[in-house]
Structure formats: structure tokens, C-alpha cells
Design a protein around this ligand. Sequence first.
Ligand code: SAH
Ligand code: SF4
Length: 435
Amino acid sequence: MNKADSERMAGILESMGYRKALAELEADLVLYNTCTIRDNAEQKVYSYLGRQAIRKRELPHLKIVVAGCVAQQEGEALLRRVPELDLVMGPQHANRLETLLNQVESGQQVVATDEQHIFEDIAIARRDSSICAWVNVIYGCNERCTYCVVPSVRGKEQSRTPEAIRLEIEDLASLGFREITLLGQNIDAYGRDLPGINSNGRRTNTLTDLLHYIHDVKGIERIRFATSHPRYFTDRLIDSCAKLPKLCEHFHIPFQSGDNEILKAMARGYSIEKYLKIIDKIRVKMPDSAISADVIVGFPGETDDQFRNTLKVVEKIGFDQLNTAAYSPRPNTPAASWPNQLKEEVKAERLKELNRLVEKIAKQRNSRYLGKVEQVLAESINPKDSKQLMGRTRTNRLTFFPYEGEKGHLYEPGDFVDVRIDQTRSFSLSGIPVV
Ligand code: SAH
Ligand code: SF4
């Protein structure tokens, strides 16, 4: 989601006439789009800002902007910490960058962190890829997971209308994009804040309805969405994904812990049994699906047995990919003030043990591709080997292959390529195009 916000802000800067500088320490304007999900992400920005503050003493025209979730969390306090800053702006203000910079031009130091209705973008995002695009469908989050800073920095849920979303996707298709990923912190909440109920009392603006509504946009061949919440993930959604041919066989559904007591303390609103049922249903309807998730170890009060329950779930499900993290206390979250915090060494040890298991399982899962022919959407040249292209399978496995196929056909980014997989690793695959 931060990447998508960065692309939108870069687009606004370009429309204002800014051009990308050759290096961070040569720019006339620097904008850091920050993350505060864990403490180590937050600390990074302070070291970057220190360097820019020193530059500014020599170069008074230099503009320094802090955007994103650290900006929202710290607000005015950031100005006290780094008085050289020109603009501090929360994530809900991303679309307002031009207005805010104009205020800076008139000589003010600006802090923009008030709750905003997010207006439709007029600026065109400067996207990093010309093949795959992010499309925001819902901003913010109304959940209250006890460890999580997101609701306090990204604000209340705000869904975009299906019409605005479809228009953006049609534009992307006309520019040559082939794959889209619909984005929301809790994408299953899409439409809760929009009107629309049918005669059976069912909401008509759910994520499932949205998928049907956008599915036929010509030119877009692959559709993904993230992040799913097990509490709201429905059978109807799984059925639709199985039916709609452009929906890719990959689901990112964080489970956070394999222990019911911990899930309760996290206020996640589901049991691990419910989670396992969802995965079973997906595997019945779409047997080849890849499953990925996020998980936290060392949540306050987590016992060794409770941690082992997480390991058991990881083993049982056999995730294709898992984002793992040690619990990090965040400002203004309930769990941060609980007395039963674990020692850093215990969290680090558990994280290490989990990561070893994740790597082993991902390797096993990837080995199922050996010898198979997979459809890969070529996204770019491999930056580490210019003789190769790289892209992803429908199941989101990163795949490398030469751009000349077995029968001499030459491929380029944007092509769908049938690749015979001849090497598998924990986090990527390699192969050769069959034609
Ligand atoms: N909206 C998504 C994820 C949001 S944050 C969801 O509900 O799953 C991305 C991931 O960061 C989370 O899934 C969680 O695993 C991790 N995370 C969030 N807060 C954290 C914290 N305080 N400490 C460690 N990891 C955290
Ligand atoms: Fe954070 Fe996700 Fe929970 Fe929302 S649903 S509070 S973003 S972890």
C-alpha cells in the first residue's frame, strides 16, 4: 500500500514539473514515504532525515517532506525533532501533495494530519511497472487488532466506488497493463461504507460483487487482491474466484498466530479452526492455489507452547510464502501497555526458529513445480542478469527465464510465456520457455 501511495505522490510531483534526481543527496526536494508498522521501520527514517537536515544548512532551498504513517503518528513532534522539515503529511493527504507544497512555497512549515475524506485522484500515478499495477479499493481500517498501529494512522475505512475503480482499470488496460492487484488493509471490508442492499437483505457492493463488476475489462488478464481477513472471508468469495478465469490462484490471508488464546488477545475475531476451514475450502475449489500469510511471534504473554501451536499451523498448511515478524510494541495500541511483554532475546529466538521452518516448507512447496509448464507474465529484465527476463506465475512465484525460448521465439516484458520449470528454490523458480 505504501508503494501505491509513493507512485501516486511521484505522479503528482511529475505533473508539477519535478524530475527524478540522480541521487538522494542531489535532489532539491526529498520526500520520504514512511512506515511505522514496526519500530525498525520507523527508526530508518530518522537516520535519512539527519543527513538531509545537514544538507539543508548549506542549501536553504532544499525541501524536506515526511509523508506516510510516521508523519501521521508523530505530527508536530517531528518538527520539534527535525526543525529543518518543510512538510509533514499523513497518508490520507497523499492526493493533496500539490496544494500542500504550494503552502510550503509561500514560506510556511506545514503539518497535515487531520482526518480527511480521500478524494478521487486527478493526478496520474508514476507507476514503477508498466505491466502490473496496484489499484486501491478501500483506504483505512476499522478493525482493532490490539498490536496494530494501522487504524490510528490510516484512519477509518473509505471505499472507492465501483465505477471509479473500473474507470482506473480501463485506463490501465488502455496503457498496456496486463495485471492488477486490488488493495485494501482489510479488503474483505470493501463496500461496508457504500450504499446498496438487495431484496434479500444482502449487500450488493461487496468485494465479490466488485470482482464480477471489473472482471471483463479487456486487456487485463490477471486480477489479484490483498489483504484478506479470515474473519470476513466468505465462501461466496471463494466460489467466485474459482469461477472467474482472470482471478489468480493465490491468496494472502494473514493468520497472525496458531493459538486461539493469543488470537483472542489480539482481538482478531476468528479461531484457528475457522482459518483452517477457509484454507481447506480454497484447496477443494482451487487445488493448485498458493497460500501466503503474515504471522507474529512473541506477542505479549505468548508461552512456548502457544508459539509451538503457530509452528504446527505453519507445518500443517504448508504455506507457499510467509511474512514473519517479532512483535513490536507500537504507540497508542493496547498490547503495548500490557505488563506481560516478552524479552527481545525470546522473540528473536522464536523468529529464527520459525524462519528456518518457513524456508524449509517454501522449498518443499516450490519443488512441486519441477518439470511443470507454468504461465509466467514477463514483467522486466532480471536486474542481476540482463540475459534473463523475470515475472511471476499465476500463483505469484517469482520466475527467471532466458528471453529466447527452446524453439527460438524471443520474448519481452508484457508477454505471457509458457515456461518449463527446471530449477526450484525456496523463494524463486527458473526455467526455459517451451516455444
Ligand atoms: N491488514 C493486514 C496487514 C496489515 S500490517 C492484516 O490485517 O493482516 C502487515 C503485517 O504486519 C500484519 O499482518 C502483521 O503480521 C504485522 N504487524 C502489524 N503490527 C505489528 C506489530 N506491532 N509487531 C509485529 N508485526 C506487526
Ligand atoms: Fe491492523 Fe490489519 Fe488488524 Fe487492520 S485488520 S488493525 S490493518 S492487522
